[in-house]
Design a protein around this ligand. Structure first.
Ligand code: NAD
Length: 260
């Protein structure tokens, strides 16, 4: 379905971003990977996706909290593939602490990586998409873009910002072939969740498995975490012609979390 299209997924060296990159590649899109990690491991990932799905792949390094690096990342992807059709703003981090204990440098980092990066990437990718009158910008927000949890003030503020920014871009592009939407996942079993599972297991002296069930069950009525593959399938839908009038949406995939 996406043969001939090109996609850049930020933070795709692990977790949700990698699941999304694989789902887009499975539909035939050429893929630019971004994110931190061991250079040899990233090269293995890049080659693996290229040979498994018979698509072109590239690695476009950038710290997306930095505007110049993010612009250069988009330009490099455009140069590698001739153009950029799909941008998935996915890179993100978490820090958990009460507001009065929240280190300002962690606040700044979360706002820069989880929110400002979405602006930097979108700003760089939009001109090419508008010129060709086709594009898909998908921002990976969170249920925390719609509701809050204690001890996650910076993350909640950033993700609410992502949902608001998504709507503004959708309005600016409403009469074009470019759409901009957000996806709001509940818990997904990746490093971000694993760190919180480990902390909970340690502090409550329970097994990691029990900690996982406790954390997921507290928020998600389904009691089941979302998978990167399920998010990848939603992303593929948003890139389809059927989704041409899905604009400015914040689509939940959260096991009923925000239905409560
Ligand atoms: P992850 O830690 O597995 O992946 C994060 C990715 O972002 C990695 O590839 C990492 O290298 C990259 N990254 C971090 N800082 C970066 C920077 N400054 N520049 C470039 N890349 C950077 O985590 P994940 O769970 O896959 O998270 C992906 C996104 O999904 C995040 O935006 C996160 O907030 C969101 N999300 C996660 C969950 C969850 O339960 N895991 C739920 C809702 C939303």
């Amino acid at each position: 379905m996406l043969k001939g299209k090109t996609a850049l997924v930020t933070g795709s060296t692990s977790g949700i971003g990698l699941g999304i990159a694989r789902a887009l590649a499975a539909e035939g899109a050429d893929i630019a990977l971004n994110g931190f990690g061991d250079a040899a491991e990233i090269e293995k990932l890049r080659q693996g996706i290229a040979s498994e799905f018979k698509v072109k792949t590239a690695y476009v390094p950038a710290d997306v909290s930095k505007p110049q690096e993010t612009t250069a990342m988009v330009e490099r992807a455009e140069k590698e593939f001739g153009r950029l059709d799909i941008l998935v703003n996915n890179a993100g981090i978490q820090h958990v602490a009460k507001v009065q204990d929240f280190p300002p440098e962690k606040w700044e980092a979360i706002i820069a990586i989880n929110l400002s990066s979405v602006f930097y990437g979108t700003r760089a990718a939009l001109p090419g998409m508008l010129k060709r009158n086709w594009g898909r910008i998908v921002n990976i927000a969170s249920t925390h873009g719609l509701v809050a949890s204690a001890e996650k003030s910076a993350y909640v503020a950033a993700k609410h910002g992502v949902v608001g920014f998504t709507k503004a871009v959708a309005l600016e592009t409403a009469r074009t072939g470019v759409t901009c939407n957000a996806i709001c996942p509940g818990w997904v079993l990746t490093r971000i969740l694993q760190e919180q599972i480990n902390t909970r297991a340690r502090t409550e002296k329970i097994t990691p498995e029990d900690a996982k069930h406790a954390i997921v069950g507290e928020k998600m009525p389904s009691g089941e975490a979302v998978t990167p593959e399920q998010l990848g399938a939603l992303l593929v839908f948003l890139c389809s012609d059927a989704a041409a009038q899905v604009r400015g949406a914040a689509l939940t995939m959260d096991g009923g979390w925000t239905a409560q």
